[in-house]
Design a protein around this ligand. Structure first.
Ligand code: ATP
Length: 250
């Protein structure tokens, strides 16, 4: 019998809508125009490094995508998995799968590691089981009864990522995940993020340590005074002294 096997396409068809896209984002703090016509798109499971010098607008872009109340998004589109979110408040974006892990990690004082996880799933769809999360971060498993804020910076960063995974995250936004962390801890977090990618979760990383972020990423977008100055592969940036020098001061 002649059995025909259908090969699955390796990439989405050219005319298929991307898994995530932002288009023409314009966001302001009062009169200050900080995100200027920013557009980019991502396929499911890709990691994007969102880079640029201090004040380039990286955090503001992440916040606009997460539909935070500031900066104010005055125009542009945010679409995740076919759902338009630009006209929606933060909690709707969160329920649709956008989880922002902020630079200050937002661990809740007075609560243990596990209580912090429990609190994150009170509203919204459940994502990874605690068991799966503890497999990803064994250090959190060992400390599940410890008050979250008493942990090291690296462990708190793991908990902040874990809280996003406990919900049904489709687009993980990480603001400076390596900040203040020793190289060995960064390595643990990078390893976990590779596993998160294997699980099909799409991620955007804002990181001062551009090389570390690029080493993890498929794609890179560089912002310069609020505008997109480069959109391409992470490899292109790593191999371009010009881009590194001009926009990243490396
Ligand atoms: N809450 C705010 N109110 C007013 N202006 C702000 C606010 N937050 C940031 N800005 C300004 O918006 C611009 C973009 O800041 P943003 O934090 O997005 O940049 P960034 O690229 O993330 O910088 P960094 O790498 O230093 O964190 C900067 O000029 C900054 O001073």
């Amino acid at each position: 019998m002649n059995v025909q096997t259908l090969e699955r396409p390796r990439t989405a068809p050219a005319n298929a809508a991307p898994f995530f896209s932002c288009r023409g984002l314009d966001a302001y703090y009062g009169d200050s125009y900080v995100v200027q016509n920013v557009s980019f798109a991502l396929e499911k499971g890709q990691i994007l490094a969102l880079l640029g010098r201090n004040g380039a607008g990286k955090t503001s872009t992440l916040r606009a995508i997460a539909r935070a109340s500031t900066p104010e998004l005055r125009s542009g589109e945010v679409v995740l998995d076919g759902v338009a979110l630009h006209g929606k408040p933060n909690y709707v974006a969160a329920r649709a799968g956008i989880q922002l892990v902020q630079e200050d990690r937002r661990i809740i004082p007075g609560l243990t590691v596990e209580e912090n996880l429990q609190l994150s799933i009170i509203s919204g769809e459940r994502g990874w089981s605690f068991e799966r999360i503890y497999q990803l971060f064994p250090r959190l498993a060992e400390r599940r009864k410890q008050e979250g804020v008493t942990m090291s910076g690296g462990e708190q960063q793991m908990l902040a990522i874990a809280r996003a995974l406990a919900r049904d995250v489709k687009l993980l936004l990480l603001d400076e995940p390596y900040e203040g962390l020793a190289p060995v801890v960064r390595h643990d977090i990078a390893k976990a993020l590779m596993e998160v990618r294997e699980a099909g979760i799409t991620t955007i990383i804002v990181e001062q340590n551009a090389v570390a972020a690029l080493n993890l990423s498929d794609r890179a977008v560089i912002l310069d005074t609020g505008e997109v100055a480069f959109d391409g592969t992470a490899k292109e940036v790593l191999e371009s002294e010009d881009l590194m020098y001009k926009y990243l001061a490396i």
